[in-house]
Design a protein around this ligand. Structure first.
Ligand code: CAA
Length: 382
């Protein structure tokens, strides 16, 4: 049996997040975009409304939400502001490695403070020389018996400047590639940790993106998640769970772009009539709607598989959802700017921000090209 309806609880969640977006995010999104200031206040309110850390299981005091609920939430947040969505959602990315690979004691120790206060965590995989090729890490964790000594740099780390802790992926032996990797929990205040400047980005300008440098940082062995050699797999299992909600954020942004374009096309008159009367505009809107529905369905399909614990097929659908929704949102936002014409190209109107914001979804959490690599490997596997 196939059922496309959401449960009453899921509908209530969607409604609650939508109201939060209308009250807190939309009125502030353009101000934060212009200043590039970090949205502390919005994040605090998101935490108070239960919008952060949704994946923490109930047995550890969390909401125990599945990927499906994360998708529902992120579509609504994405319709408000993708920069704020990233700032809110990436906390889950930072904590997932502990939830996936940690012992019960580690989960309680590291994650409970995030349920008690609006704290942030950051996922530290990417390096200046290791982006798409995430197995080629250079950040080195030297095993010194009771602890590791961490040296190296991370790059493009979201929320780095405002996080309490980092889940850091490092190599104990670069020659072993992914098999030499380790996942370490590093408090942001640990001696030897230093932060780079806030990157001045094209879009998602209020989300905090920085480099982090580790210089002889002593990390106790009890901060290791899993074993030496598990790091890369913990990172990819994490991304399998977060790529779909990120895709849903893009679906939300595309939906907002379409809704703005519909409204504008009914108001804007040319040749003595609203431009929505013209088939050229109608076809653009129809294509937007078709692509948005398809992206949403892929997100739900990936979430369904992942929530059922079907990790292999879930990984495949997550890449389909991320690849399609990121590229789709870029197309929809570009067409929304086109419908607005010259006005759409200015900061007076909302669609140019969406176009700048969605561009990043084609890049972070695995580029659209890396998603194709994952998809093709699944197709060609014996
Ligand atoms: N789950 C678990 N294990 C997996 C896996 C998965 N999804 N995919 C691969 N593995 C395992 C493999 O089975 C293999 O295990 P064995 O050694 O035991 O056989 C091991 O991992 C190595 O796999 P590959 O040989 O396939 O690895 P690869 O080097 O070819 O890389 C890749 C694969 C898909 C290209 C990967 O490197 C990748 O996803 N790259 C993109 C990185 C990325 O998404 N970065 C985003 C950073 S986070 C971010 O952007 C957040 C933000 O700020 C918003």
């Amino acid at each position: 049996m196939i059922d496309f309806s959401l449960s009453d609880e899921q509908l209530a969640l969607k409604d609650m997040v939508r109201k939060f977006v209308q009250a807190e995010i939309i009125p502030n999104a353009h101000r934060y975009d212009a200043s590039g200031e970090f949205p502390h206040e919005i994040i605090r309110k998101a935490w108070e409304n239960g919008l952060m850390n949704p994946a923490v299981p109930e047995k550890f005091g969390g909401l125990g939400f599945g990927i499906t609920e994360d998708v529902i939430m992120n579509e609504e947040l994405g319709a408000g502001c993708l920069g704020m969505t990233t700032s809110i959602a990436v906390n889950t990315l930072g904590l997932y490695p502990i939830l996936i690979g940690g012992t019960d004691e580690q989960i309680k120790h590291w994650i409970t403070p995030f349920l008690n206060e609006p704290k942030l965590a950051a996922f530290c995989l990417t390096e200046p020389g290791a982006g798409s090729d995430a197995g080629s890490l250079s950040c080195h964790a030297k095993d010194e018996g009771s602890h590791f000594v961490l040296n190296g740099s991370k790059m493009w780390i979201t929320n780095a400047g405002h996080s309490e802790l980092f889940t850091v992926f490092a190599t104990t032996n670069k020659e072993l590639r992914s098999k030499g990797t380790v996942c370490l929990v590093v408090p942001a205040k640990a001696p030897g940790v230093s932060l780079g400047k806030h990157e001045d980005k094209m879009g998602q300008r209020c989300s905090d993106t920085r480099a982090i440098t580790f210089e002889n940082v002593k990390v106790p062995k009890e901060n290791m998640i899993g074993q030496i050699g598990d790091g890369f797999k913990i990172a990819l299992k994490t991304l399998d769970k977060t790529r779909t909600p990120i895709a849903a954020g893009a679906v939300g942004a595309a939906r907002a772009a379409m809704e703005y374009a519909i409204k504008y096309s009914k108001e804007r008159k040319q040749f003595n009539q609203p431009i929505s009367n013209f088939q050229g505009i109608q076809f653009m809107l129809a294509d937007m709607a078709t692509k948005i529905e398809a992206g949403r369905l892929l997100c739900y399909q990936a979430a369904w598989a992942l929530d059922k614990g079907q990790m292999k097929v879930g990984s495949y659908y997550a890449s389909l959802a991320k690849r399609f929704s990121a590229d789709m949102a870029m197309e929809v936002a570009t067409d929304a700017v086109q419908i607005y014409g010259g006005y759409g190209y200015t900061k007076e109107y909302p669609v140019e921000k969406i176009m700048r914001d969605v561009k990043l979804v084609q890049i972070y959490e695995g580029t659209s090209q890396i998603q194709r690599v994952v998809i093709a490997r699944h197709l060609l596997e014996d």
